[in-house]
Write a protein that binds this ligand. Sequence first.
Ligand code: AMP
Ligand code: MG
Length: 404
Amino acid sequence: MLNVEEALQKILERVGPLETERVDLLASLGRALAEPIVSGREIPPWPNSSMDGYALRAADVRAGETRMPVVGRITAGVMPSRTLGAGETMRIFTGAPLPEGADAVVPQEDVRVDDGHVVLRGPIPAGAFVRPRGEDVRPGDRVLDAGAALGPAEIGLLAALGHGRPLVHRRPRVAILSTGDELAELGSEPGPGQIPNSNSYSLFAQALEAGAEPVILGIAADRLETIEERLTWGLGADVLLSSAGVSVGEADLVKDALTRLGAELHLWQVSMRPGKPITFGTLGRTLVFGLPGNPVSAMVTFELFVRPALRRLAGHAALMRPRLRARALARIANPGARRGYLRATLVDDGSGYGVRLTGDQGSGILRSMVLADGLAIVPPDTTLEAGQEVDVIVLRSPVKEPTP
Ligand code: AMP
Ligand code: MG
């Protein structure tokens, strides 16, 4: 049976970035850049003041008091009308260009104004309160790489460089199907023997969070023809995700339906807990994943296999969640021959992270995912005692909000 890394490799070797498109800068949040950005501008384009004050030449200021005439006024948005001469100052405001000849700004709160002059109390260093030309970006600087995720700071930088429609990759379209005779849809009270469909919703949210555009295909009953027909609804998508109906022992309806539709299956089972049965295949241009039905197994296999594939489709250079090493705060046991991806809470103890399991690790216990900051990766047949270290996949920031 394949381990997680081998399975992921089998998936990723069949996945490449989707086409590119130009989008409005304001709609680019979370997208991956499809080309590097090389600056054609200098930011700032001229030295400017970082304070409201007076521009001058530092060398003109002596020890003790210096009285200097104010010969001009420079506001933001206007270039100085003349050069600053020896012994002169000009009134200047934050962001306004420094006049030629000046090399420093004294803040207004540090001077006394007296009859068209300012009086300084003492010397100031050259460069004081001046933002040098090009201190942020110089022409030719490669400021962003292809594959970079666009966050608020990247978007601000693109605006500063004049990129109103960045080239990004298309978002992957993901069609989500739940299978099972026992499933009751949200909005109807589950009848005898029924359980609520939760996978469609958690998987939709995971896909959305991963940067994809998910759609829900509803629930298919456990009949081969029904599943087959419903799967065809999703074939226009980049990724077709189904959950349940892949367990060994029962009829492997999802796998059979995929085979009948002509899918080429590349992977069937992965040695992991939770979630051993997972199928991955390709059907034309569509990637198909048959995830296990248990709510936790579905979410964890999404995390480990579907999310990296979606990130790659979306053109991101960074596919994986961050990991950290943490010390077990109590015993962590993973009996059995499969590697465990155990739901865990992370605690910052000042010098590093401590980790404890969220409680019972049953693959139907969705609240273990609600409580989890991460997944502790525990080797097969292993019991870690308190104090031993373990790798943890970080699902959300373990840095907790400060209490007010
Ligand atoms: P299966 O893989 O079909 O054997 O399903 C495994 C378990 O997951 C069963 O307990 C199912 O009832 C449950 N399950 C399957 N699909 C869903 C779903 N969409 N939402 C919640 N639980 C599900
Ligand atoms: Mg089932």
